[in-house]
Design a protein around this ligand. Structure first.
Ligand SMILES: C[S@@+](CC[C@H](N)C(=O)[O-])C[C@H]1O[C@@H](n2cnc3c(N)ncnc32)[C@H](O)[C@@H]1O
Length: 265
């Protein structure tokens, strides 16, 4: 799908479920990544490049996780879960991909912290109400067609006063250029079909959904690639565009980070 056709012909509203026939995302792709999850130059290169600034944001948002029970929703190969466990949290990682859960378990086993993998879908979680002190949804919300169901489940399993922290991708022309065309075609670091522009989420849509299920905003901020003279020089001299480092920013046109707190019982 081109962005033009989506802009011209499709009414997209992420506060409603998107029919699966109207999106084309390949979530099965993660099943085959295997140990490449932990290769910083492999298919998860962008997640690696984003990992330090988003982990810093999550840990600050959660205000110390030692002894806390944290759900890493859509944990993949455990890039975020490992950081949370090393900071002292007991992490439950839920993911639809059994292969990815195995990678996460092996990455965290033998290191610091505790991790329990659970296979499941965010739209229907198998945990009791109010089970978790915090939920992290890192780069997963934009993979889920039925976003209202996933958000309702996240809120349900969160204890009153608990935090939800996430990173996701805005649905703008700039996000199409950078997160889709840039990552899939220019850098070639993720295969085409890993994302669908129609599933990207405007901050205002996510805010509406989260408030509806009893979550109030604490902070929302941008996450941008650092494209400076050094990166451009390396691209020109080596004829290869490296994956840039990321940093938090006021610019929310593409990726953004959020922290919400559950206020209602
Ligand atoms: C882009 S990866 C992000 C992984 C990890 N959170 C990170 O940021 O490093 C998306 C992950 O979400 C998982 N996923 C996609 N849809 C899901 C769903 N409906 N329920 C649970 N997991 C899902 C995929 O299997 C994949 O591991």
């Amino acid at each position: 799908m081109t962005m033009t056709s989506a802009l011209l012909f499709e009414r997209i509203d992420r506060t409603q479920p998107v029919q699966s026939a109207r999106s084309s995302i390949d979530n099965d792709y993660y099943e085959g990544i295997d140990e490449l999850w932990w290769d910083p130059t492999g298919p998860a290169a962008i997640l690696h490049a984003m990992n330090r600034p988003r982990l810093d944001f999550y840990l600050r948002a959660l205000g110390g996780v030692r002894g806390a029970l944290v759900l890493d929703a859509g944990c993949g190969g455990g890039l975020v879960a490992k950081g949370l466990a090393e900071a002292g949290a007991t992490v439950v990682g839920v993911d639809r991909s059994a292969g990815s859960l195995g990678v996460a378990r092996r990455a965290i086993a033998g290191g610091v912290g505790h991790f329990a993998p659970v296979r499941g879908q965010l739209e229907q979680l198998s945990f009791a109400n109010g089970s978790f002190d915090a939920v992290i949804a890192a780069d997963v919300l934009e993979h889920i067609p039925d976003l209202p169901a996933a958000v309702a489940e996240i809120s349900r399993v969160l204890a009153p006063g608990g935090s939800l922290a996430f990173d996701t991708i805005n649905r703008t022309a700039w996000a199409w250029v950078t997160a889709l065309w840039g990552a899939e075609r220019l850098l070639g670091c993720i295969p085409c079909g890993t994302h669908d522009w129609r599933l990207f989420i405007r901050p205002v849509e996510l805010d509406r959904l989260l408030r509806r299920v009893g979550l109030e905003p604490v902070e929302v901020t941008g996450l941008v690639p650092r494209i400076g003279p050094q990166l451009l020089a390396r691209a020109l001299t080596r004829r290869h565009i490296p994956v840039p480092e990321f940093a938090t920013s006021r610019d929310r046109r593409a990726s953004y980070l959020g922290h919400y707190r559950r206020v209602s019982p």
